[in-house]
Write a protein that binds this ligand. Structure first.
Ligand SMILES: [Fe+2]
Length: 249
């Protein structure tokens, strides 16, 4: 999958899940910084970034009222929410994506080292390394990024988030990934990304508006990978929202 389509899909997920703000943009930039620091080959860096762009693709299939609830999901709602890694993975497989880096980040980014994560309850080294690394990035941004329903992020939020990650080192998160992330943070290498945590512009999805052609491409991909034919109406509604936001505004 090329970056143009992946970016369109990532942006459309953000439009649906208003709580993510520029989350996708930031986690992709963190992923690039971590992959470069780890001296990954360029092709792997690109794959890791692509996984970051697409990590929550499955949220397309989670009803908006569940996505927009900040807390207090019922058990049934939580189960629905917990389907998003597999749904996103399945959609990418249907679109012919075979790159394990991308598929593993999408499927396994909510696994935990002690086996209490989802969707597969994988433990320790059985969790693909790229997913263990991405889990640290995703959690850090979830704890520091401003959300429409939560604008009380304080200046020391990144430091507190790092403490929280370290408190769960080895139980939830890969300790080496936390160390690598902290090293980048301490060296100031994440400052240009962190600058966008609290500004209003950071709440908007970044970049130039998507063209009609790219939105159509995303629509085709979403329909082609649809898990349920009854979803077509819903996908058309999401695309209509994207067209309105991206082209007509
Ligand atoms: Fe997720």
């Amino acid at each position: 999958m090329d970056f143009k389509l992946a970016n369109a899909l990532g942006r459309i997920v953000e439009l649906k899940d208003r709580s993510t703000g520029a989350h996708t943009w930031r986690v992709t930039m963190y992923a690039q910084a971590m992959a470069e620091a780890d001296r990954m080959p360029i092709s792997d860096i690109m794959s890791f970034m692509l996984g970051a762009v697409l990590h929550d693709l499955g949220k397309i299939d989670v009803p908006s009222d569940i996505l927009s609830k900040p807390t207090g999901l019922t058990d049934v709602e939580y189960l629905t929410m917990k389907r998003h890694p597999v749904d996103g993975w399945e959609r990418l497989r249907r679109l012919g994506v075979e790159d394990p880096f991308v598929l593993n980040v999408v499927r396994s980014h909510h696994e935990r080292m002690d086996g209490t994560g989802y969707p597969d309850g994988l433990r320790g080294m059985n969790i693909p390394i790229e997913a263990r690394w991405f889990a640290v990035i995703d959690a850090f941004d979830a704890m520091t990024g401003r959300r429409p329903y939560r604008d009380d992020i304080r200046d020391n939020a990144p430091a507190l988030a790092l403490e929280d990650l370290q408190a769960h080192a080895g139980t939830w998160y890969e300790p080496r990934a936390i160390d690598a992330f902290k090293e980048l943070y301490d060296a100031g290498r994440l400052d240009s990304i962190l600058e966008h945590l609290n500004d209003q512009a950071g709440l908007e999805t970044r970049g130039a508006p998507l063209s009609r052609e790219v939105i159509e491409m995303a629509r085709d991909a979403l329909l082609k990978s649809s898990l349920n034919t009854a979803d077509h109406q819903r996908i058309d509604a999401i695309i209509e929202l994207a067209q309105h936001r991206e082209i007509e505004s």
